[in-house]
Design a protein around this ligand. Structure first.
Ligand SMILES: *Cc1c(COP(=O)(O)O)cnc(C)c1O
Length: 386
């Protein structure tokens, strides 16, 4: 299960924690399923520990609600799922090359991405039995895979090698979250062209896939045989333009507790290097969460938290394990009261998108940033699961 599982119910919610709302996750998956045709498979992308949500938890919930494939970035991530007795097909999206990696792929029944002729040769030489493989073609992402002009040659090369069974051909979109769809359409037509060059020889066409969350939400013409959905599972939108297409609920919240409350006189410098100074007598609360938990230090003096349903400003440098907030607006705040850093409390909400905007990054990086020091606590709409 999730990290620190044995401590759930005892120490998990004492200092700081991440809640994972399984109902929200299930609802997101059902919404996504409704947008794809019955013959299109849903791959739940659970790399990076399920975008920080806990890969095993997310994978199990996704499979229960209609996903039939799992996507991971690394072999070790795939093994973690297998060790949790998950037996769905698992595609390793990252590149793998060494003999040790090939042996682990076979042993744990993972399915590799092949992205170059040299790598395909290494696999073919070291395999004793047929292995399903997935061929990545670079149609414009300029990441893994041969460039699309060499795509057909690559596919035919792999097709002729012993022990390699081409299970799918796929590509990855670079700009699917843009309002301007022209490059996405170009990538799609490049992929089509690779395939049309193949059809000239009698070649059994394997399964085809192209769409990430943004591609999937862009319409059924991008779905093909399978969609590889990460971000949307977690209730986040790849871009605001998709907000009217589907109703997603954020799965993750980040909570902590007040550990001290005190009144400071005007003119008090707060935290390292005194980047904040009180201009009037102020009530300050110390909160037990810091940058070593994944609250970016770059948010110092730039973020708010929610206490008793009210937004209050964070002040001074965020430290490794603690941060300070100005709670002058909250009467009689007590040690132990709950602080919401991300998520909802009463009528106030703070989203990963808001942090991302302040930081000049994307919500993906925000949710992936919470460290394992924070217990992941499973909840159903707010109530801890027993
Ligand atoms: C991470 C990843 C995805 C999922 O992307 P989202 O934008 O999170 O849906 C899909 N395909 C590949 C190849 C990936 O690396």
């Amino acid at each position: 299960m999730v990290g620190h599982a044995s401590m759930q119910g005892t120490l998990a919610c004492e200092r700081a924690w991440v809640t994972i709302d399984l109902n929200a996750l299930a609802s997101n998956i059902r919404q996504l399923k409704q947008q794809i045709l019955p013959q299109t498979a849903l791959m739940a992308v659970v790399k990076a520990d399920g975008y920080g949500h806990g890969a095993v938890t997310v994978a199990r919930t996704a499979l229960e609600h209609g996903a039939t494939w799992l996507g991971v970035a690394t072999i070790i991530e795939g093994i973690e799922l297998r060790q949790a007795n998950i037996d769905a097909p698992i595609l390793v999206l990252g590149a793998t090359h060494t003999v040790q990696e090939i042996e682990a792929i076979v042993r744990w029944q993972l399915q590799p991405t092949l992205c170059s002729p040299e790598q395909a040769l290494t696999f073919s030489r070291h395999l004793q039995h047929a292995l399903p493989v997935h061929l990545m073609i670079d149609t414009g992402m300029s990441r893994l895979g041969p460039i699309w002009q060499q795509g057909a040659t690559f596919i035919e090369f792999v097709h002729r090698l012993p022990h390699l069974t081409i299970a799918s051909i796929y590509s990855h979109l670079a700009t699917a979250d843009h309002a301007d769809t022209s490059f996405m359409l170009q990538q799609q037509s490049r992929l089509q062209e690779v395939l049309s060059r193949l059809q000239t020889q009698d070649f059994p066409l394997p399964k085809l896939h192209l769409a990430n969350s943004a591609g999937m939400l862009s319409g059924p013409q991008f779905h093909y045989d399978l969609v590889r959905v990460g971000l949307a599972l977690y209730g986040l939108y790849p871009s605001s333009q998709f907000q009217n297409k589907i109703h997603l609920q954020p799965v993750m919240q980040v909570k902590a507790r007040v550990t001290q409350v005190k009144t400071l006189p005007a003119g008090s410098g707060v935290s390292y290097n005194h980047t904040f100074t009180t201009d009037q007598p102020s009530i300050v609360a110390v909160v037990g969460i810091g940058y070593a938990d994944g609250v970016p230090r770059l948010l110092s003096n730039q973020m708010k938290v929610i206490i008793r349903g009210r937004l209050v400003p964070q002040i001074g440098a965020i430290t490794m394990d603690q941060l300070m907030v100005d709670v002058s607006s909250i009467p009689d705040l007590q040690v132990g009261e709950m602080v919401t850093l991300l998520g909802q409390d009463g009528n106030a909400t703070i989203s990963a998108e808001v942090w991302a905007e302040t930081l000049g990054t994307i919500s993906y990086e925000v949710v992936c940033g919470f460290k394992h020091r924070l217990p992941r606590v499973l909840v159903n709409h707010g109530a801890p699961q027993r």
